[in-house]
Design a protein around this ligand. Structure first.
Ligand code: FMN
Length: 275
């Protein structure tokens, strides 16, 4: 259905009954509310300079202590995308998208610089540095996602890149102190397979004021949300379970980590998160 004939984006995000605050029709906020992951791409190259534009947006994100502890690895070579897709749960969109971006937490650059300055970096091996690199990479990537969407492109994050972390590190020839946080497909969305705006949890269960307090309405609101998500999937022709069942299954068993339960060992080999 063309966008113009649909409900406003706030209602697509939160359901028919939701009331949008006055500022929500701001152009940027409209774009944010319209986000959807895209898993079907046209076989169409990106305009020249797209990668550099996305990187400029990414590098404009805030960065912890101005460390800029992340790097971007752009993959366009089809055989390499095929190998990465095979390592990431055989997700076809990785191959289909003209550009596959791997967002790296990267302390190797500053380590090289420290060596030139005859200094050793003793703080990098602590877990906080891994968080810093991962957070910086995520903030940068999300800026790139928004820039891509503003240019009419679609994206989908690929966390499954961590399923076979060591093999991905080997494929991309990543040195110690570098860690692939996630991948991101970028391309023109296939208009014959449009993605829809996926409903999110009601704000009332997400928002706490002043202290973390449980709302006694939470169970009912989550049940309502489950029904909303089921209806959303039905409208997409999908038989997906309700949100609660999905997220419980996702976290109930180690099996659902698909190899990510071994990440700590790989990180240690990369000399990260040792303590
Ligand atoms: C860090 C991260 C990793 C993700 N990994 C995958 C993935 O491997 N494959 C995939 O199809 N979607 C992946 N997604 C997309 C989520 O499934 C998607 O954002 C979520 O279902 C909400 O849908 P929406 O983005 O369309 O609103 C990932 C999202 C994030 C933020």
């Amino acid at each position: 259905m063309p966008e113009a004939h649909r409900q406003p984006r706030w209602q697509q995000r939160y359901g028919d009954a939701a009331t949008a605050p006055p500022q929500s029709d701001n152009a940027l906020i409209e774009q944010l509310l319209g986000h959807r992951s895209v898993r079907a791409y046209l076989d169409q190259p990106l305009p020249e300079g797209t990668l550099e534009t996305l990187l400029g947006a990414a590098q404009s994100a805030a960065t912890s202590s101005n460390l800029q502890a992340w790097s971007l690895l752009a993959v366009e070579d089809r055989p390499r995308k095929e190998r990465l897709a095979a390592l990431a749960n055989n997700q076809a969109h990785i191959v289909q998208a003209p550009l596959f971006l791997v967002w790296l937490a990267d302390f190797a650059r500053v380590a090289r610089q420290a060596e030139r300055h005859d200094r050793e970096l003793h703080a990098v091996e602590y877990l906080d540095s891994l968080l810093v690199g991962g957070l910086d990479a995520a903030l940068a990537a999300q800026n790139a996602v928004l820039a891509a969407e503003a240019l009419g492109l679609g994206t989908v994050y690929i966390g499954a890149l961590r399923n076979n972390l060591q093999a991905v590190i080997d494929e991309l020839q990543l040195p110690p102190l570098v860690f692939p946080v996630f991948g991101l497909c970028v391309g023109y969305p296939d208009p014959t397979l449009p993605a829809a705006i996926k409903p999110r949890l009601p704000q009332s269960v997400v928002l706490h004021r002043e202290t973390y307090r449980l709302d006694e309405q939470e169970p009912r609101q989550l049940d309502d949300y489950d029904r909303q998500v089921e209806a959303f999937y039905r409208a997409q022709g999908l038989e997906n379970p309700a949100w609660s069942r999905q997220v419980i299954e996702r976290l109930a068993s180690v099996d659902s980590l698909h190899g990510r339960e071994r990440i700590a060992q790989v990180l240690h080999r990369q000399r990260l998160a040792l303590s």
